[in-house]
Every structure is written in structure tokens, then in C-alpha cells.
Design a protein around this ligand. Structure first.
Ligand code: SF4
Length: 164
């Protein structure tokens, strides 16, 4: 039975930067009941508190953070790059420990976003991009879905189960 890495805030854990959470989402609850879910909040794992200041990546490309080309900055300019990278590495370690091949992560987060990110201006401008954890997992071959792609994630999981 394949396991899935899931953002903690999508499971109702109140770990968002503003102390909030999301969900519940039906398939995630079902996968939890089946014992498939490995939960992670990369930012909390990386040592950041809740609530915490919002953070964005200038340009919105998590891969550039991993490559040391861009920082992750809070809205008052604090550099939180190290915590974001540490959390990403912890997520990768979980993936490796559990043989995980797919993840469902929160859309547009500077850690978890898989297709879009905010551009670093803290003005709500989105760009095609990804968060730091999503980028590291993608580089490791993990398929990353978001909470708006749960049907596609369920189909992928069914295929993985068939493959054994
Ligand atoms: Fe944590 Fe990711 Fe959710 Fe942000 S989006 S609260 S980093 S799990």
C-alpha cells in the first residue's frame, strides 16, 4: 500500500502562518483511515513558530532557494531561508523513509505550492512557480499535487496501487 506525504494544514492541523488550517478533504480523510498519510508541515519542522510572519520567495521559484540563488523573506525582511530549507530536507527524509512517490501539498505556499507562488512583493501577485519543499520533492522524483487536484491524485494513487 503506497503512502502519501500530505501538508499538515490540509489535515486540519492549525499550523498555517496565521494559525489557521484547511479542510477536511474527503479523500485525505479516507487515506488517513487507511494508514497511508504521512503528515508534515515543513515550516514548523524547520523550527518556525505558529503563528509566524508571512514569507515569500522573490520571484517565486523554490528551486532557486535550494540552489542558493534567492532567499525566503518575511514581510518585514527577515531571512528565513535556513528554516525553509531545513523543513524541505525533513520532508524529503520522510519521503525516503516511507518509500513515498506522491504528495498532496497546499497550493501557493512558499514551502508547499506545486504550481504557483507569490512573487515576493507581498501584494497578492502570483507567478508560475513552486515552494521550497515542493521543488526539492519534485527534484527527487515525487509527484506533487495540491488540494485542488485531489481527483488527479486519487487516480495516480490507484495506478500506483495497481503497479504494486
Ligand atoms: Fe505548513 Fe505547508 Fe501548510 Fe504552510 S502550507 S502551513 S508549510 S504544511
Amino acid at each position: 500500500m503506497h503512502k502519501i506525504l500530505v501538508s499538515r494544514c490540509l489535515l486540519g492541523h492549525r499550523v498555517r502562518y496565521d494559525g489557521g488550517a484547511h479542510g477536511p478533504f474527503d479523500p485525505l480523510q479516507q487515506w488517513q483511515a487507511e494508514g497511508r498519510v504521512v503528515a508534515v508541515c515543513p515550516e514548523v519542522a524547520g523550527g518556525l513558530g505558529t503563528p509566524r510572519p508571512p514569507a515569500e520567495i522573490p520571484g517565486g521559484q523554490g528551486g532557486q532557494v535550494l540552489d542558493g540563488l534567492r532567499p525566503v523573506l518575511t514581510d518585514n525582511g527577515e531571512d528565513v531561508t535556513a528554516a525553509f530549507c531545513d523543513g524541505a530536507r525533513q520532508a524529503l527524509a520522510l519521503v525516503q523513509a516511507h518509500g513515498i512517490r506522491m504528495a498532496v501539498l497546499k497550493a501557493r505556499s512558499p514551502s508547499c505550492g506545486n504550481r504557483e507562488a507569490y512573487d515576493g512583493s507581498f501584494s497578492g501577485v502570483k507567478v508560475a512557480g513552486e515552494g521550497v519543499t515542493a521543488a526539492l520533492l519534485r527534484r527527487a522524483g515525487v509527484e506533487v499535487f495540491n488540494e485542488q487536484e485531489l481527483d488527479a491524485a486519487a487516480q495516480r494513487l490507484a495506478r500506483l496501487d495497481l503497479e504494486g
